[in-house]
Design a protein around this ligand. Sequence first.
Ligand SMILES: Nc1ncnc2c1ncn2[C@@H]1O[C@H](COP(=O)(O)OP(=O)(O)OP(=O)(O)O)[C@@H](O)[C@H]1O
Ligand SMILES: [Mg+2]
Length: 453
Amino acid sequence: MKRTILICDDEKNIRSGLAMAMELEGYATFAAEDGAVAWDYLNKHDIDLVITDLRMPNLSGEALLKKIVSAYPRLPVVILTGHGTIETAVEAMRMGAVDFFTKPVDLDRLTLVVKKSLSNNDLYAEHEELKKEVAQLKARNKYDRIIGKSQKMVNLMDIVSQVAPTKASVLITGESGVGKELVADAIHELSNRSEGPFIKVHCAALTSSLLESELFGHEKGAFTGAVALKKGRFELADGGTIFLDEIGEIDASTQVKLLRVLQEKQFERVGGEKSVSVDVRIVCATNKDLQKEIEKGNFREDLYYRLNVVHLDVPPLRDRKEDIPLLMTSFLTYFNQENDKHIEGFAPAAKRALLAYDWPGNIRELRNCIESAVVLARSTIIEPDDLPPAVSKAENPALLSLEVGMTLEEAEKRLIVSSLALCGGNKTKAAEMLGIGRKTLHRKLQEYQIDQD
Ligand SMILES: Nc1ncnc2c1ncn2[C@@H]1O[C@H](COP(=O)(O)OP(=O)(O)OP(=O)(O)O)[C@@H](O)[C@H]1O
Ligand SMILES: [Mg+2]
């Protein structure tokens, strides 16, 4: 659909000249001879941008601008000034005009300003659209902190809402930063234990003896320093949920005790004889491959089966890139508020880069990336330069310059060197990128005496 520009000037020649210029650029136009006519038209039709003179009969340009800013704050207004005191034009900018032009108007620059204002407005509209989608998604999901509309995430959340109300133990796996802890939160929140305690234990952070007394508590005098009885996390979690993060890190003796809790719902405090009974739902997470740990003898198979009654695997972000736009928008909104910023959206090139990048650190990395972009952004739009180099580079393939006159051999050599560099020295990846076998690459490296460091 054609965008419509409203041109307002009391001089007929200027009206028709500008209208013609804008129509040549593919816009529809409407011309008004004073502010009152323009205002009337504006209220009845869809207008995408206004170009207005300042001094006019009936309703002046300043008065028109003032009305527009309060009624249609997103509508861009470009000011023309004939009697050219710059001060009034500057005042108009301060009131919210996007730019001003002194007559005679430089049409090339005007066209540019019009184009840019309209595309900024498009970005804004797109951002608003996404914000709406995020809100809808949150309303639909009973658990609103997990954002994602990819089929993979929808399926995962379906299983979460199915298993949450049961008492089944859940093992959550997935790479670092995919949202395992968030899934654990959801399981507790959506369970009928949500009013009960939710206790989180980061198993890798504690040495094995500390972990044992942390989990199961200790009796007074159990060891030096145990001056009083201390309840463990399992007791504290009674009636609720315990989340054991990094479960792959726990040692053999804690594994035995844990197995007993799962089988008999009871345990003894360190240094104690008396059994303590608890009603606790266990949720675990790991980014290790527990099957492998079992093969290596580091993890008990019987414990694994007890913990893994329901298995939830959270997919890496690169396998569900369709979630990226929603996540970007929701993090942008969050960090705008957090930092009192008013960034409106992402430049197309920045968006392409965010979509092209592989996100080895998954959602945590994306979140950090948007946070720093919000803090660093110099304009109201996030540009590729505001993103970390690794991300902004993802959009532009590295270029190689070849001079005509060089030998084919030299060209091949340069391409190999650059590909290797792009793959961080990884020969398997470089060979794949070049479409040759690893052996062939090796031979060429030797042949061309390429220094492999
Ligand atoms: N689907 C999502 N929607 C919104 N935020 C998310 C989502 N997934 C993860 N996050 C955010 O990303 C960050 C990392 O998530 P989380 O800590 O749950 O990952 P993790 O899988 O437990 O990582 P690790 O293995 O490193 O412990 C958190 O700030 C979390 O709020
Ligand atoms: Mg975690």
